[in-house]
Design a protein around this ligand. Sequence first.
Ligand code: 2IP
Ligand code: CA
Ligand code: CA
Length: 379
Amino acid sequence: MADLLRLLLRVAEKAANVARVCRQEAPLFQLLVQEKTGEDKNKKFVQDFKTLADVVIQEMIRHDVGARFPEMVGFIHGEESNKFENGLGESVTVTVCSTEADTAKLLATVLDGDHTAASLLAQAIHQDPATIEASTDGLAVPLSPAELGIWIDPIDATSQYIKGREEVLEEGHLSPSGLHCALVLIGAYLRSTGEPVMGVINQPFNHKDPAGGGWRGKHYWGVCCGSVNVCSVSLPKAGPEGEHGPSVVLSSSEKQVVKEALTSLCGPDRLMYASGAGYKILCVILGLADAYVLSEGSTFKWDSCAPHALLRALGGGVVDLTQSLQHISGARDHQTELTYHQASTDCKGANRWANGGGLVAYRDCSHLRSIVSALKGPL
Ligand code: 2IP
Ligand code: CA
Ligand code: CA
C-alpha cells in the first residue's frame, strides 16, 4: 500500500498547485478576492467561486484515487458536495473529465462562461505535478485498498487562504495566521474500526522561492498500522522535565473558562493561538506546541483524519475531549481516540461528521492526562 501513499502525496501536490494557481493567475485571483459588492447575483457568484476552488480540488483527488484504486470508489469522502449552482441558478455537477478540454468546458458552465478562468483551472487539474521527494522506498504497508476509506479537506483554513497574508516563517516558531495556515489534508482510515492509518498534509504556501519563482510548498506524511509507525517528521526532543506544563495551541474563539484553566496549568506564556484546525494539529506534530485543545464541536472528520494519522505514527493521538473528561483519570485507553467511519445519527447534514465532543491532539500521553485533569472541574 506504499503505492497509495505515493499517490496521495502526488494528488496533494496537484491540489497545492491548483490552490497556488488560483492566487497567482490574475483572472482566477480576481474571482477569489473580489469584494462582495453589487447586485445579489454577483455576490453569490463570488461566494461560489471560493467554494469552487475547494470543490474542484476535492473532485480531482477523488478522480485520481478512484482511477488508480477502483476498490476505493464510494469510500472517498470530503468536505464539499460536487453539486454546484452557477450564477444563473443552474445546477451543475463538477467532475474531472477525461480530457483537459472537456473539464474546461464543464467548468465554464459553473463560471458563467468565463473561459479564461475555466481553462486555467482545467490546465492545473490535468497537469502532472513535479516529482515529490519522499523517502517511501522499502516501506511495506500491510493494508489493502478495499479495507480503507478516505477523508479529504481540499483547503483547510479557507479564510486565511482568501485573505492571503504573507508571513515569513521562523524556524521552530508557530505563526498564528496567514497563508501558511492553509493546508491540503488527505487521510485514510480503516473501514472496519475507523482508525486513521495514513495521512498526507500539503502546505501549499510554506515559503517564497528566493529566486522569485513564487510560492513553494512543503509536505508531511505518516503511516500507522500494526507494527508500522512511520512519519516524515522526526519527533522533536522533549523539553526539560517538570519545569513547565505543556504548551497548548487554541483557537482564538476558545471559551474563556478553557483559556483560564489552561493558563493555570501551562503558564500564560505557554498558551498560543493559531488559525486552522489542520494547522494547529500540524503544530503539535512539528513540536511547536505540545497539544491542541478544542472544547467545541467545530471541526469535522476531514479536518482531523490526516494529521491524526501522523500523530499516531509519532506515538500520540487525537481524543474526543467530552469522552475523555468522563473517563476515570489515569487510564490511558484507545476508546476515546477519534474514529472516522461512523456518522453521528443524532445530527443532520455536515454535523453528522463533526468531531462533536471537541478534541485534544497530543504527542505525549502525560500531557494529555494533565490537560484532561485541568479541564475536569471547569468543563
Ligand atoms: C475550518 C478552519 C477553521 C477552524 C475550523 C475548521 O475549516 O480550519 O480555521 O476554526 O474549525 O472547520 P479555527 O481557526 O477557529 O480553529 P475550513 O477552513 O475548511 O472551513
Ligand atoms: Ca476544514
Ligand atoms: Ca475546507
